[in-house]
Each structure stands twice: as C-alpha cells, then as structure tokens.
Design a protein around this ligand. Structure first.
Ligand SMILES: [Zn+2]
Ligand SMILES: [Zn+2]
Length: 287
C-alpha cells in the first residue's frame, strides 16, 4: 500500500449506436474502452473534456460491432505515429469477426474470465450474452477503485452482477423501454433481435441487473447505450431511481453534474450519444 492517494478519472465520450468510447485512468496510465467514434472525434472529445493530454496505454475492445470497434485501424495508425505503438486488446474471435477495414495492425488476444494488466490497471474481461462472436464487458481496477463498463448484453447474468458489486463507478446499459420498442418504428425482426437474450438490456432488465449487482461502494451510476428511438432519458432515469429507492440507497443528484461525490449516496446520469458526459473523479486510497 502506498501513501499516495490518486484520483481516478472516468469519461464517456459517447455512448450508444452512434459510437462508444470511454477513457479510464489516472495521471500515470490510462486506457480507452472501445473506439466506435472516428479518431478525430475521440481526440476532439478528450480535448473538450479537459483530457487532451491523458495517456492512452491501451485500447480495449468489447466486441466487433462497428459502434465499438469502427475506428480501430485508423486509431492504431494515428497513435503509433503520434505516441508510438499502442496495444489493442480483444478476444481473438472479436478480432476475426471485425470488418477487415476496422482491424488494428496488431492484436493482444484476451480471454473472457482471464484478468490482465495494463501498467498498474487490472482489467477483467467478463463474458456477456450478445449477438457477437465473443463479446465481453470490462471491470477495471485501479488501486481500490473499480469501474464497470457493462453494455451490449441481452439479459442480466449472475456473473456480471457479482462483478458489479465491487464497482465504484458503473456504466450500465439502459438500452430501451419495452413499450416504446414494441410500439416504435423498427421492423419486427429487429425488435425481436433487440429484445432477445443476445440483444440489449431493456430498462426493466437493467433494473433487475442493478438490484443484483448493487454494492456498498457504488458512487456513480451512468445509464448508458440508450436508444434514441426506443427510450427516453426520463424513463431510464425513472427506472434507475426506482431500483435505488427500493434498495434504500440515497440518491445524490446535487453532485451529479460536478463529477464528484463527496456527500455519499449515488449520483445518476445519462451518457449521451456523440457528447458523452463530463469526467467523473473518484479517489483511490489503497495501492
Ligand atoms: Zn453497441
Ligand atoms: Zn453490440
């Protein structure tokens, strides 16, 4: 254990079918999770959020859908030129299933359930049910702080719930409202795919998973991967508030916009498509 305290920053640059990218790290090391935005937008987004000079020691990919891996090839070349080669971590099946134009030059192959390290960050890939070759969610541990990035899964699983219990910050999918999806404009086959056990979490499935995975460390809950067509921020927030209230967890919306949580309880926010959210900061106390 070190005497130093460190501030961990978590920043969603965009969340949803328009593209996903999240940066997690401290001043010494950092990783990007998914790169479904263009390389230009990723760097513009970091700059706008005051993170223009943060380290990117690795890029972690959850699965091969273009809203998660779309710019990997371009980003890999860009990073190599500007900062030297950066490893791209994903399962071998994800790499093979990715569009050839999206594949980065090199691959650091990972396996769901086998943790690995990127500098002092411990990363645990968690298997999730989704219509992709070998998709994972990630839990990232820096010191005693844990961040869960849990999106693109068709149903709650006990394993994901267990990992969520350790998290200080949770980016959790609240993809669609069942009623809005079924009454909405999508063709029936697509509605069935989204609702299926390998599709996306509805608000009520996210509620179930949240109650399974609610732990005493949770400080920030970020509702993620919302559908523009089949959900509303009001419905997703209402669902999250209901679950937290039922579990007796105080909701701290006073500090939600500040990115800090000094007063306890849980802040709840929605990560938007294309614009994400301002960064969150959580202090790590143990190393
Ligand atoms: Zn997605
Ligand atoms: Zn997906």
């Amino acid at each position: 254990m070190s005497l130093f305290r460190r501030e961990i920053t978590v920043c969603s640059l965009s969340s949803g079918s328009a593209g996903n990218a999240t940066w997690v790290g401290d001043r010494h090391a950092g990783i990007l999770i998914d790169c479904g935005l263009s390389t230009k937008k990723i760097f513009e987004g970091l700059q706008e959020k005051g993170l223009g000079d943060v380290p990117i020691d690795a890029v972690l990919i959850t699965h091969e859908h273009s809203d998660h891996v779309g710019s990997a090839a371009v980003l890999a070349r860009h990073l190599a030129k500007k900062r030297g080669p950066v490893p791209f971590y994903m399962t071998r099946s994800t790499f093979e299933a990715a569009h050839p134009n999206s594949r980065p030059d090199g691959l650091e192959a990972i396996e769901a359930g086998s943790p690995f390290r990127v500098r002092h960050l411990r990363v645990e890939p968690i298997p999730v049910p989704h219509d992709a070759a070998d998709p994972v969610a990630y839990r990232i541990q820096i010191g005693d702080v844990s961040v869960g990035i849990i999106t693109d899964l068709g149903k709650p699983t006990a394993l994901v719930g267990q990992h969520m219990k350790h998290c200080d910050v949770l980016l959790l999918e609240f993809n669609h409202d069942e009623e809005m999806l079924m009454e909405g404009p999508y063709p029936l086959a697509l509605k069935q795919r989204i609702r299926g056990s390998h599709g996306h979490l509805s608000n009520s499935q996210a509620q179930q998973l949240l109650s399974m995975g609610l732990g005493s460390r949770l400080k920030h809950l970020v509702l993620s991967h919302l559908s523009d067509e089949n959900n509303s921020e009001g419905r997703a927030l209402g669902a999250a508030f209901q679950t937290l209230r039922e579990a007796g967890v105080p909701i701290n919306q006073k500090e939600a916009a500040t990115g800090q949580n000094r007063e306890g309880g849980v802040t709840v926010q929605v990560a938007r498509q294309r614009v994400g959210l301002p960064p969150f900061r959580v202090e790590a106390r143990e190393w």
